[in-house]
Design a protein around this ligand. Sequence first.
Ligand code: SAH
Length: 228
Amino acid sequence: MIGIIGAMDQEIKAYLGLAQNIKEIVWHNIVFYRATLCNKEVCIVKSGVGKVLSATICQKMIDEFLPSTIIFTGVAGALNSTYNIGDIIISTDLMQHDMDATLLGCKHGQVPYSDYHIFKANSNLVDISKTIKVEGHSIHFGRILTGDTFVSSQDSKRKFFIDELKGDAVEMEGAAIAQVCTLNKIPYVVVRTISDKADGEACENFEAFLPQVADNSSKVVSQLLQKI
Ligand code: SAH
């Protein structure tokens, strides 16, 4: 069984549209959709936005449905200047940009007193993703930064993310999923479509482009499902 998690309704809509034999399992106000998608058994869920909700729902999915792989999918803001709105980024690795215990001697992004820092996505899933082509869409591979902030900034913070943390895109769930999957030894990858450029126009662009581009990631994930 393959777990597919998105943060918002728009991010899981395309998967539910393609899925067959859907069975709903409700936990609190969260709906897990067991289904068949591209001939694979899947469980699709909307986690809600941010690290706490996504980590909680990811662990619940692992405990209840025993997925062999987890794919997190949705939209992200671009940091890499070569990325355009509508392009797709597949995580090679991820880190929490808002985990900062550098005053204690930790590296930026490192969870104190642990080895949790930069989370490498499963290399097999990344390699398979490299064979995927979607007509009309550029697919990039890069570092995703995660934090509990919608990033809309032209200032030093964005520069720090790019120059120091080497981020290619920023969002609010990926590294949380990565940490939970690492703890549980579950292979994972994050597939995101660029909805904005995390700059001064990010709020307007996010609102305007989310409905247009939210389905793009599903074009990659559908092919990925067929290959794993
Ligand atoms: N309007 C939504 C909130 C969206 S927050 C609501 O009311 O619920 C933005 C979502 O898109 C997050 O899930 C995050 O992962 C992703 N995202 C897209 N662009 C982003 C950016 N520039 N900074 C941070 N997260 C971004």
